[in-house]
Write a protein that binds this ligand. Structure first.
Ligand SMILES: [Zn+2]
Length: 282
């Protein structure tokens, strides 16, 4: 270390002290608080929409969070630097799936959508997680129709809007239970609502209520598949969504009907599109 003349040392100290004081004021001393934060809601939303986009538009509000996730995946050698861009596209989903598998997860737990546990582990020493969301626990609504508590709360809110109860003809976590559903009911967040006894106009009213509380919901008719009239609804940002259902919620944001033909959304339009958490905050 170089020994400074007294005057020079005083000058150096005079410069250093305000900087140190300023740093102490601007940032709390604890390590966790000094880390940047990942908004889980925004990240999960981007992970549903971005893989379905035809262009490289970023999901609003998600860029800084997705970048932190991608940087962490890159650090684990799971994502090439060229994909660290704030866009949670198919390559990032695949990398996140590999990361989930590296934790020993299988099936829905390795669906490529960040869940609370995997995201928190990924952020160790790198970022904190805010706006945490989760599917809750699974419940049997009767007759073997299983849904999770997040979906249950959403259905209850839709019933409140409608002032009537809804009957499910299919629930979630039903792999292989209905070949016509193309895997959309394999995971959480997805239900079929019976429209028995409803007029055509009222079916649309029910779909609108479901959309209002955060479902990507469509009235399906017999011309579209090997099924009777029903309402198919996928809870946006349910972290248990099967990959096929993730595609449907992403397509919903992009104005499509969620079917393999990728046709335009046949309504009813509810704007802005809100997740369950956003609906509760408004
Ligand atoms: Zn369905």
């Amino acid at each position: 270390m170089k020994v400074l003349p007294y005057a020079a040392a005083l000058a150096a100290a005079a410069v250093l002290v305000p900087v140190a004081a300023s740093a102490a004021w601007s940032s709390p001393a604890t390590g966790a608080s000094a880390l940047p934060s990942v908004n889980m809601e925004a990240t999960v939303k981007a992970a549903q929409i971005d893989p379905r986009r035809a262009d490289d538009t970023l999901t609003p509000g998600a860029k800084s969070s997705v970048l932190l996730v991608e940087q962490a995946l890159q650090a684990k050698q799971l994502l090439d630097a060229k994909w660290v861009d704030g866009y949670f596209g198919t390559t990032t989903v695949a990398a996140y799936t590999e990361y989930q598998k590296s934790l020993g997860y299988t099936g829905l737990d390795a669906n490529g959508l960040p869940g609370k546990t995997s995201l928190t582990k990924l952020g160790a020493g790198r970022f904190t997680v805010t706006n945490v969301i989760g599917p809750g626990t699974r419940i049997d609504t009767g007759g073997g129709i299983i849904i999770n508590t997040r979906t249950k709360d959403m259905l209850t809110a839709a019933e409140t809007i409608l002032g009537r109860t809804l009957t499910l003809s299919q629930g979630s976590y039903n792999p292989g239970g209905d070949p016509t559903s193309a895997g959309t009911h394999d995971g959480g967040g997805v239900v079929d609502v019976s429209v028995s006894g409803m007029t055509p106009a009222y079916r649309v009213t029910v779909a609108r209520a479901l959309r209002t509380v955060g479902f990507a919901a469509w009235v399906r008719d017999p011309s579209q598949g090997d099924w009777p009239y029903h309402i198919h609804a996928a809870a946006i940002s349910d972290t248990d969504l099967s990959p096929q259902a993730q595609h449907q919620t992403g397509d919903y944001y992009l104005g499509k009907n969620g079917l393999a033909n990728g046709a335009a959304d046949d309504g009813p339009k509810v704007t802005p599109i809100r997740t369950w958490e956003e609906y509760q905050r408004q």
